[in-house]
Write a protein that binds this ligand. Structure first.
Ligand code: FES
Ligand code: FES
Length: 164
C-alpha cells in the first residue's frame, strides 16, 4: 500500500494583487509563510502566529483572513490582496495610506499592513463609522504602542474627506 507523504509539496496557484502566481507548499504551510517565503511579498507580517494580533491579515476573495490561520493550500484558486495592492502602480499612496501618514497612524509600522487590509474591507461595509465603532473594529488588531490614537484620527479624517 502506498505511503501517504505528509511532507509532499503541492502546487498552489492564486491571484495575488491582480497577478497569477504559483508556488509550492507542504500541506501544513501557512498562507502567511507561503506569501512571504515562497512568493516573496514583504507586507504579511507575523506576530503571534495564532490569530490574535492581526499583523498577518490579508484579504482572500475579499474577506478578511488571518494569514497565520489559513493554510496555503486552502488559498488555491482564490484572489488574495495584500497591502502591496493599496498604492498605485506608480507608487502613489492610497487616500487611506496618505491619511495614516498625515496623522502618524503608521506607529510601529509592523502591524500597519494588516490593519490597512482590515480597514479596506471594513470601510467598504461601513464607510462612515463612529469613533466607537472604529475603535471596536481596531480592537481586532493588537497595538501596544499608542492606544490607536493616530490610527483613529487617520481613519476619521479619511472617511470625512475621501474622494476614492
Ligand atoms: S500573526 Fe496572525 S494574527 Fe498574529
Ligand atoms: S501599530 Fe504596531 S504596536 Fe501599535
Amino acid at each position: 500500500m502506498p505511503q501517504l507523504n505528509k511532507d509532499a509539496r503541492h502546487s498552489v496557484t492564486l491571484t495575488l494583487n491582480g497577478d497569477e502566481v504559483t508556488g509550492y507548499a507542504e500541506p501544513r504551510m501557512l498562507l502567511s509563510d507561503f506569501l512571504t517565503h515562497e512568493i516573496g511579498i514583504t507586507s504579511c507580517h507575523v506576530g503571534c502566529e495564532h490569530g490574535v494580533c492581526g499583523a498577518c491579515t490579508v484579504l482572500v476573495d475579499g474577506t478578511v483572513m488571518r494569514g497565520c490561520l489559513t493554510l496555503a493550500v486552502q488559498a488555491e484558486g482564490s484572489t488574495v490582496e495584500t497591502a502591496e495592492n493599496l498604492a498605485s502602480d506608480e507608487g502613489e499612496l492610497s487616500e487611506l495610506q496618505q491619511a495614516f501618514k498625515k496623522h502618524h497612524g503608521l506607529q510601529c509600522g509592523y502591524c500597519t499592513p494588516g490593519i490597512l487590509m482590515s480597514l479596506t474591507a471594513y470601510l467598504k461595509e461601513n464607510p462612515k463609522p463612529t469613533e466607537e465603532e472604529l475603535r471596536d473594529m481596531l480592537s481586532g488588531h493588537l497595538c501596544r504602542c499608542t492606544g490607536y490614537v493616530g490610527m483613529v484620527k487617520a481613519v476619521l479624517d479619511y472617511c470625512e474627506n475621501r474622494t476614492d
